[in-house]
Design a binder for this molecule. Structure first.
Ligand code: DGT
Ligand code: CA
Ligand code: CA
Length: 573
């Protein structure tokens, strides 16, 4: 089974960590980190590229050396270089890198002065007050370390759904190809399209259970087998993802699929609805008072016994979906095919990887009618943000390209920085010449609730402002959402004729599901955008659609389901 891009990226990041602990050349370290980022962002499989004999050096940041390493990983499943480095550094030391705020530099200090080689050593030293006297540490940072260590022990790792997609699909293909297998499906939070998943849950119908679980434990990416039985097996894959497989009889497949799709709260509520009707509902089926199974083959049958129509997995969070189903007012959830354009992307002009033309052609191939080009403004220096002059010149380039293009229209836009006082990082007369103004917060994330909310509302006061990008600025697992009064911001947007973006980058997915629902309840439409930094990411819209569906959004709740003309009309304030 081919190695996934996520695994290759993880190997490169681990090498970078290990090199950093050993005080290796910073340029080499950065090369590995950049390569990992590139690989994670690719839309095609490196393993397939290698098999097809494609030249990896064409990828940004991948030179001859890294290309050879990718080749080695793809063909052998591992990398000698990593093994060597791991041999030179203890794994416990690497574990320490998970502690927030503890980079390789401070880690070296801990090791050299206090002989700290793992989480337990560190906790003991911090409790004894030994850490505060080290260079670069103090009483405060010692206390912070202790807090982080406690949290780390409590935190169970969750994966971005996006990170596990490739291996989930591979598992489906692998299991479905086995002899005697009639059906294989994913369940759990993955099926509900949650932004993160704790593990993967698989169900199979097969003539010989033992053969399937045996083949499952032999899946190439399996590192450890936790259990192996006739109807159930659990494994841990390389990288640490746990996968559960259950083999179930055809006759109860629907009931089992429903049970293991969850959420737990939804399943329990379904069960108690059953009890009220004198029915017993469990993972084997629906049973009447005499104990006879009356449903279970399909999920539809299970719901039908409660007088309900089938409920989309994304809605199964016990947030009113059962009541809505009972009253026949379930939303008709938005689908990817409903979207007509994308309103946020970058090209090589700021920090994107592809040219205007490549982005336009890719968007057209995806069936988009319009694509807004929204480079960064100059405040974001690291992203090569545009001055007003450069933006105007870029607009001319867009006009010229639009003359050549058919079937798709590029919109002239910007992702303008919202400065700390709520003003926009671009003169009004320049903003006024654009088709769409997307505004975003990229710094001063730590303002108070009040200040941050005021900052955003003041930005929307500018009559040129159209769409608030990644509204809370969170990065899942990395940066908390800004403190914001989202209800006030949504009301302010409605009053001013502005919109909020649902950013479809897998690590952002910002708005979250509850925010989407909040917007819908207010009648505020959401714009789903990719924020693509290369042409491959233009297909990330589907991640945004998943989140929108979890937020109960229908086609009419999403602004970019409109055709070009209606969309532009809706932007007018
Ligand atoms: P995760 O893996 O943490 O992202 O979340 P899930 O929802 O995939 O949860 P998981 O993997 O622990 O279990 C899969 C499904 O199995 C869950 O959504 C509902 C069902 N389930 C698990 N434990 C229980 C339980 O104790 N009671 C009920 N009713 N259902 C359960
Ligand atoms: Ca799960
Ligand atoms: Ca599970």
């Amino acid at each position: 089974m081919p190695v996934t891009n996520t695994e290759i990226a993880a190997i490169f990041n681990r090498i970078a960590d290990l090199l950093e602990i050993q005080e290796e050349n910073p340029f080499r370290i950065r090369a590995y980190r950049n390569a990992a980022r590139t690989i994670q962002g690719l839309s095609h499989s490196l393993a397939e590229m290698v098999q097809a004999g494609e030249v990896l050096e064409a990828l940004p940041g991948i030179g001859k050396d890294l290309a050879a390493k990718i080749h080695e990983i793809v063909t052998t499943g591992s990398l000698r270089k990593l093994k060597e480095l791991e041999g030179a550094v203890s794994p416990e030391l690497v574990d320490l890198l998970q502690v927030p705020g503890l980079g390789p530099k401070r880690l070296r200090v801990l090791r050299d002065y206090l002989d700290i080689h793992g989480l337990a050593d560190l906790e003991q030293a911090a409790r004894q007050g030994l850490v505060r006297n080290l260079p670069g540490f103090g009483v405060k940072s010692e206390q912070k370390l202790l807090r982080e260590l406690t949290e780390l022990k409590q935190r169970v790792h969750r994966w971005l759904r996006f990170e596990v997609e490739e291996v989930a699909e591979q598992l489906l293909v692998h299991l479905r190809s086995l002899k005697g297998v009639k059906r294989v499906e994913l369940a759990g939070s993955y099926r509900r399209r949650k932004e993160t998943v704790g593990d993967l849950d698989l169900l199979a119908v097969a003539s010989e259970g033992a053969r399937v679980t045996a083949a499952f434990t032999r899946f190439e990416a399996v590192e450890r087998v936790l259990s192996k039985g006739r109807t159930r097996s659990q494994v841990v894959l390389r990288g640490g993802l746990q996968v559960d497989l259950r083999v179930v009889p055809q006759a109860s497949f629907g009931a089992t699929w429903h049970y293991f799709t969850g959420s737990k709260a939804h399943s329990i509520a379904v069960r108690s609805m059953g009890v009220q009707r004198g029915l017993k509902i469990n993972e084997y089926g629906v049973f009447d008072r005499t104990g006879r199974r009356i449903a279970g083959h399909t999920e539809e049958e299970v719901y039908a016994q409660l007088g309900l129509s089938w409920i989309e997995p994304e809605l199964r969070e016990q947030r009113g979906e059962l009541e809505a189903a009972a009253e026949d007012r379930l939303p008709k959830l938005v689908e990817l095919k409903d979207l007509k354009g994308d309103l946020h992307c970058h090209t090589t002009e700021s920090d994107g990887r592809d040219s205007l033309e490549v982005m336009a052609r890719t968007a057209k191939a995806l069936g988009h009618r319009y694509l807004a080009i929204t480079e960064h403004s100059q405040h974001l220096g690291v992203a090569h943000g545009l001055t007003p002059e450069r933006l105007l010149a870029h607009c001319e380039a867009i006009d010229r390209l639009n003359e050549k293009l058919t079937g798709i229209r590029l919109l002239k836009g910007v992702e303008v920085d919202i400065l700390e006082d709520g003003s926009l990082d671009m003169p009004d007369e320049v903003l006024a010449r654009l088709d769409v103004v997307v505004g975003a917060i990229h710094f001063a994330f730590g303002l108070s609730w009040q200040q941050q909310t005021e900052r955003v509302i003041r930005a929307m006061d500018n009559p040129c402002f159209n769409i608030l990008a990644h509204p809370t600025a969170r990065l899942i697992g990395r940066r908390r959402a800004c403190d914001l009064d989202m209800e006030r911001i949504m009301d302010a947007a409605l009053e001013r004729g502005c919109y909020l973006e649902l950013n479809a980058q897998p690590r952002r997915l910002d708005l979250n599901d509850l925010h989407c629902r909040m917007a819908k309840e207010r009648g505020l439409k959401v714009v789903i955008s990719t924020d693509a930094h290369n042409s491959g990411q233009l297909e990330y819209l589907r991640h945004g659609v998943g989140q929108a569906r979890r937020g109960w959004l229908e086609k009419g709740d999403v602004l970019n389901t409109l055709g070009l003309k209606s969309f532009l009309d809706a932007l007018k304030r």
